[in-house]
Design a protein around this ligand. Sequence first.
Ligand code: P6P
Length: 341
Amino acid sequence: MANMNFQTLARHIIEQERKHPEATGELSSLLHDLSLAAKVISLEVNKAGLVDILGFTGDNNVHGEQVKKLDMYAHDMMIRAMDHGGHLCAMASEEEEDIIHIPPHFHVGKYVLIFDPLDGSSNIDANVSIGTIFSIYRRISPDNQPGTTEDCLQPGHNQVAAGYILYGSSTVLVYTAGSGVHGFTLDPAFGEFILSHKNIQTPKKAKIYSINEGNYLYWHPGLKKYIKYLQDEDKATNRPYSSRYIGSMVADIHRNLLYGGIFMYPADSRNPNGKLRLMYECNPMAFIIEQAGGRATNGKQRMLDIQPENLHQRVPIFIGSEEDVKMVEKFMAEVEVKARK
Ligand code: P6P
């Protein structure tokens, strides 16, 4: 007889809701709808190598539907799964320039969903793990009317929930609703996300650093000093660190969340704001890492306190084990102090 005392995502969400007497169940229902979208996207991602879904072939598939690129497929799937649940007043996606309104014949709800439907999709040809990232806010405009851009441009500390789905050797959904970080692994046998990582806490310090060292020439001098410091040998401070870089944010962050370490996508002389997006990559990951006891900044300011200016703005990001993030901030600040003298 199989061990039946596992906990499904659906049950976990309800139990999290019970911790908040004021909860109406709308957020629980929203998260449940998200998990359905995750299962459908996972199905396509996991057969992408078999079905020519990667390129825009222009052919029709067996259902007579036009074959789309995987990231557009994931984008469309998220919208179709989320736009009629009655919990959202607007959405925003990495794939759409402007906010996405709820169709007029659907009920308008009190939440906003911001997402990157398939981050790292350029890696899928090499079967590298990729992911969906999501971020949920309570609307700030009056209820019962279409959502606004302002609803979608709130600082990260206003998030009510955030998470990601990692499509790797297995499909893992990790989320927080403000009461810790919890991970669920999809059991394809019966299509349920089963609790596999309860109340994840990331180590305060570890010996993994994750950054694209091909950009070394263009980095802040303090960052160059920091990376060289990590590469020096010193047993007392557990150096040299190990370098791990997958080039897929969800995979890199997930590894560091579980093992500890620091992930960095800094500004450099060619990209003054770095590469990664504030609203649907950095803020949701920052909410998760803080809930897991870690730290996330742009090198100077707490990520979750940054006031967004536009939906697709890029920010530098230093995220992971608290002591490691503080260390790189110190190296960069010291160089700036010397430069000002
Ligand atoms: P680079 C993937 O393209 C992505 O958006 C993130 O998932 C990843 O962390 C980053 O870009 C990798 O960028 O410049 O190192 O290839």
